[in-house]
Write a protein that binds this ligand. Sequence first.
Ligand SMILES: Cc1ncc(COP(=O)(O)O)c(C=O)c1O
Length: 361
Amino acid sequence: MDRIVFTRGVPPPEAFPADELAECFGAAVRGDTAVVLQYGHQQGYGPLREELAREYEVSPANVMVGNGSLQLQDLVAAHLVRPNMVVYTEQPSYDRAIVTFRRRGARVIGIPLEEDGISTERLEEALSREVPAFLYLVPDFQNPAGATLSLEKRRRVVELASEYGFTVIEDVPYRKLRYRGEDLPLMRELDDSHVITMSSFSKLLSPGIRVGFMLGPEELVRDLTRLGENTYLSPVLPTQAAVAEYLRRGWLQPNIEKLKELCRPRWQATEEAVRRELPGAQAFIPDGGFFVSVMLPEEANTDDLVGRAKKIGLVLTPGAAFFADPDDEGATPGDRFVRLPFCAVTPDQISEGVSRLASLL
Ligand SMILES: Cc1ncc(COP(=O)(O)O)c(C=O)c1O
């Protein structure tokens, strides 16, 4: 079998709603030409912000739409981080977020992730030492580990944010891809006074359209809008207008259902393969999203795992990339951590890929 690629947290190409998006692009560009093809709407395309404001029960003044959520994440970091400030993340966390925060001058410290989300005890210990510029969490079906933050811990995190006075970024691009169980509230629904929420249409429609959004306090949105304007002048309005049209036509939920139908057997195949091939590993099996992950046993041979995997046609992301600096003196177990994004690979590839991984250990 060909190369099996376990590096990409992306929707499979067969899931892209190409015809529907093309229709929406046409309608948006023809229907609102003077706005959509011009500079402007620096805070994001007005009708899309209004749709999002309705969904999340906020004012459009609290909504900013940018060129992907990663760009908004970068603007937030540029705005909130002063040299040598600390940012806390889960350990492990989304690798690009760690890179982005470091580039903006933060010391990024990872607080251990447990099966039900970040360790709030370790978070509190860290807070008693130093209050961060912000805490960055992926509370639903986390990238990279797959964990979901429990309701109890969501409550505790917003309490701590209030008590110590810091901002929490909840980044939820996978939230709508739940395969089993019930949604937990967003942290902003518990207490929005210290919470910025970020999400994206990358995982639900297409990453290429670069439409991501942020909900936050009006003043912060205003400051970031100015920063964005001084960076890229204006966001990409035709794609934002196409998404607004897509939402207006009520096509998002059916597309999410289709995507879940496609991903569910892949999720099941990954769990089966991990249980069968890696019985000694600690597996995180999520209730949704794109990622299963495993922590390999200490005795596993992880020397140059990524290099050896490549030689047998298995492409992995180095586990260490997902680890920030530790919150104690201990070593980070990054070499034993393997992320398995399952949505863009078929069940046969998953089975073969996990078996190749097992053969290396
Ligand atoms: C947790 C998380 N946040 C943000 C992003 C980036 O999203 P966007 O394409 O909207 O920039 C990703 C993409 O993998 C992600 O996993």
